[in-house]
Design a protein around this ligand. Structure first.
Ligand code: DC
Length: 228
């Protein structure tokens, strides 16, 4: 039996990881898994249930009550939290403001990593996040590490949220991105770091087509190798 292929994409917030991951998944017919959406859904649950982030017992028991599932429609990943579609709500500011704190909690990470590893056991997948190439799939077939100028990232995110009609300022977005970068890279549990064997993709000045061409330059030989 042929081995399944795992592509890991890590990087900073709002770097376009999910855009490239989705485009690649569509092109290669791989399954796309947005691991950030899982941390966001857990955050939403904690917010709704008013769970204090230092209440270890409440967190452990909440994790046992949280059931996450992905449903792929046209390579957009839709996530359900206990059978409720929450894909839109997890992108809103209350979740964005708390998700880095939630994703720094050890028990939360252990459970999410366990679920993510199960998803990548037998299928060809592309998963994006912060620790995919370092912790979740250290033996991934291809690892990408994405980065871009924080100002450009904030501008892109601002445009996205404006189109959705959200009332936010550019300053709020920039602050949120800077804060999340800080928390993601300095937390004790699986901080965001580039795996030694990850390929850097800086998209500050390149468009989506150029990014895809760059990545396909690495993916194509991999597919050919696996096919032989
Ligand atoms: O990719 P995103 O912005 O949707 O991720 C939301 C948060 O979840 C982000 O602050 C970092 C965290 N995260 C993580 O710690 N590990 C992952 N594998 C994915 C996301």
């Amino acid at each position: 039996m042929q081995k399944n292929i795992v592509i890991a994409i890590d990087g900073y917030s709002s770097c376009g990881k999910s855009t490239i991951a989705r485009t690649l998944a569509k092109k290669l017919h791989f399954i796309y898994i947005d691991s950030g959406a899982m941390y966001r859904a857990v955050t939403l649950y904690f917010l709704r249930k008013d769970i204090a982030l230092d209440d270890h017992d409440a967190i452990v028991s909440a994790l046992a009550d949280i059931h996450l599932n992905f449903h792929s429609r046209d390579y957009q990943s839709h996530i359900t939290l206990n059978d409720e579609e929450v894909s839109e709500e997890i992108r809103q500011m209350p979740v964005s403001q708390l998700v880095s704190d939630v994703s720094a909690i050890r028990e939360v990470r252990v459970e999410m990593v366990r679920q993510q590893q199960r998803m990548g056991r037998s299928k060809n997948i592309i998963m994006d996040g912060r620790d995919i190439g370092t912790v979740v799939f250290p033996n991934a077939d291809l690892k990408l590490f994405m980065t871009a100028d924080p100002k450009i990232r904030a501008e892109r995110r601002f445009k996205e949220l404006m189109l959705k009609g959200e009332q936010v300022t550019m300053e709020e977005i920039f602050e949120n991105i800077a804060h999340r970068d800080f928390l993601d890279t300095t937390r004790e549990e699986s901080p965001l770091v580039r795996a030694d064997d990850a390929i850097i993709l800086d998209n500050t000045t390149i468009d989506q087509e150029q990014q895809l061409a760059f990545v396909l330059g690495y993916v194509t030989p991999l597919l050919l190798k696996e096919a032989n």
